[in-house]
Design a protein around this ligand. Structure first.
Ligand SMILES: [Fe+2]
Length: 196
């Protein structure tokens, strides 16, 4: 399944939205008990409880997400025991505008092929819902970055300083608030030691 969209924000801002884990529970109805198991510079492994749209069924799914390069992100999850793959391509198409292409793929075999129509239906509903909920986050961030907004600092006090035409560059991992709603619960990269 392929979805194509355009939005008035840069590709970096659109990708920021994927990496901003804190908004999930606040903005998206249906995300619960979100926990990050492992996080590295450009990848995250998390477990989340998701309430599926319409049928309101609660499922627990692991999500692996990695930024492959400036314009590509890939994610994997498991729903009803079916492996799902999500590829996200985002490209700038002019000044503070980008195109977003999302390709969903479900690896179905045996009896699981029966789930195809349901998964297709749910994916379409899910994508549209999440798109609408995220829309304002992306356009608003683009706007405040132009006003020289800095994360964890805010807007400059002086009105004259509220201008910034620099290109926003996504830096991963994103800085996290101390009391994040998306806590890293298990291991951080620096916790790993390889011993003989
Ligand atoms: Fe979102």
């Amino acid at each position: 399944m392929i979805f194509n969209k355009e939005i008035n924000c840069s590709a970096s801002v659109a990708f920021w939205n994927y990496w901003d884990q804190e908004h999930l529970e606040h903005i998206h109805d249906g995300y619960e008990k979100f926990q990050i198991i492992y996080e590295d510079k450009d990848l995250i492994f998390s477990v989340r409880e998701v309430i599926l749209p319409l049928i309101r069924l609660k499922i627990t799914t692991p999500i692996f997400m990695k930024q492959l390069d400036k314009n590509n992100l890939i994610a994997f999850g498991i729903i009803f025991g079916v492996l799902s793959e999500t590829k996200v391509f985002i490209n700038d198409i002019g000044h503070d505008k980008c195109s977003i292409k999302v390709i969903y793929k479900f690896y179905l075999n045996g009896w699981k092929k029966l789930l195809r129509p349901l998964l297709k239906y749910l994916t379409k509903k899910w994508f549209q819902k999440v798109w609408e909920e995220d829309f304002v986050l992306k356009t608003r961030r683009q706007k405040v970055l132009k006003y020289n907004f800095k994360d964890f600092v805010g807007l400059p006090k002086k009105i004259n300083d509220r201008i910034n035409n620099d290109e926003y560059i996504l830096k991963l991992p994103l800085a996290r608030p101390k009391n994040s709603l998306a806590p890293l619960i298990k291991i951080k990269r620096e916790d790993i030691e390889f011993k003989n």
